[in-house]
Design a protein around this ligand. Structure first.
Ligand code: WQD
Length: 339
């Protein structure tokens, strides 16, 4: 069988590592690029344990053009690229905007430049529902008007989409897909890989599991006076394994396609759940009583956002299958495995 080598930037990270597992399960050969600025090397050992394969690692920074060029020269048979590598902490991005713009934009510009120079035409970009801001109508479709993002992180995602879109207009061979993630949660059911937030978690589910594990004293629910059934914000929580599989579906689509294209897909479950529902579901599936309080709203939070996932289901034949309850159980098992 012809080897289908896929470059996975940020491949040792949360979504990247789960995607490497699904790439191997689907007959692809991942090559990981990672600088370990927001990931851990032991994940590569776990990937070997999980897949039985030694995944090639090219340690370095996509912001370094010469490094990236050398990777393409070394792996002359790359069929496609999945570009995860980016800083992604919404709160931190407001404190360190230049770090976010430099890293997230330069890595994408370098990648597109080297792909173009080396004749690699299949590109899957890790984007985010944050590009929609506070949507006027729900559920959001790919045609929903994007709004100025609420954070420099979100703006880097919007700008990287624009950079890619403008580049694609100059190429008659480039085939790109933006996957706009909603809220990735959970961990691999083997508990061999999962989320490793640096420092205090910004995101809800790792904060919940660390509170349940006694690492955090209590969870604060940011606001219960929103215009939602229970007053807490609504999001579309998608299991990271389902999300990983969406990348395989995107690659399959691109490798099958002859003509140049640039497609956008919302990758969510299509269901909205409130923060309180997540907390209650977590307590129900784990039997762990969570210590939480109701606190003030968090600046920048949107009230409600969840996907209309009909396009990805019809065009990529992908649909989220794992429930919120299962995702929270997997997240808890992963947390317990960390000791
Ligand atoms: C979810 C809900 C919080 C923590 C961001 C990015 C998105 C993606 C996922 C990278 C909100 C509430 C949270 C807490 C809480 N990031 N919450 N107490 O903000 O929807 O999305 O992370 O890919 O691009 O925008 O996710 O998990 O931070 O928050 O009440 O301690 O949980 O207010 O309503 P968010 P989140």
């Amino acid at each position: 069988m012809v080897e289908k080598k896929i470059l996975v930037t940020g491949g040792a990270g949360y979504i990247g590592s789960h995607t490497c597992v699904e790439l191997i399960n689907s007959g692809y050969t991942p090559v990981i690029i990672d600088n370990f600025s927001n990931s851990e090397k032991f994940i590569l050992d776990r990937l070997k344990e999980l897949t039985g394969q030694e995944i090639t690692l090219e340690e370095g920074d996509c912001g370094d053009y010469d490094f990236l060029k050398s990777v393409f020269k070394k792996h002359a048979d790359i069929s496609g690229v999945i570009h995860f590598a980016a800083y992604k902490a919404v709160g931190e991005s407001s404190k360190l905007p230049l770090k976010y713009y430099e890293n997230n934009l330069l890595s994408t510009i370098n990648m597109l430049k080297v792909m173009n120079e080396e004749g690699v035409t299949n590109f899957v970009f890790s984007s985010s529902c944050t590009v929609y801001g506070e949507p006027d109508t729900l559920p959001v479709t790919e045609e929903t008007q994007t709004k100025p993002a609420e954070s420099p992180y979100g703006r880097t995602k919007q700008i990287c989409e624009d950079i890619t879109r403008d580049f694609s207009k100059t190429s008659d061979t480039f085939k790109g897909i933006f996957l706009r993630y909603f809220n990735p949660i959970g961990a691999h059911p083997t508990s061999l890989i999962g989320e490793l937030p640096l420092g205090t978690p910004n995101n809800l589910v790792p904060f919940i599991t660390q509170t349940a594990a006694g690492i955090r004293e209590k969870l604060t629910i940011f606001g219960n006076d929103y215009n939602t059934p229970d007053g807490t914000c609504i999001r579309d929580y998608i299991h990271v394994v389902d999300l990983a599989k969406a990348h395989i579906a995107a690659l399959d689509y691109l490798l099958d396609r002859e003509d140049a294209c640039l497609e956008v897909f919302n990758v969510g479950t299509g269901n909205g759940n409130s923060v309180k529902e997540v907390v209650d579901t977590f307590q129900g599936v784990t039997g762990v009583k969570l210590n939480y309080e109701l606190g003030d709203r968090r600046a920048g939070d949107v009230e409600k956002v969840y996907a209309d996932a009909s396009k990805v289901e019809s065009e990529l034949q992908w649909k989220a299958e794992i429930t919120l309850a299962e995702a929270l159980k997997d997240a808890w098992n992963w947390q317990k495995s960390l000791g």
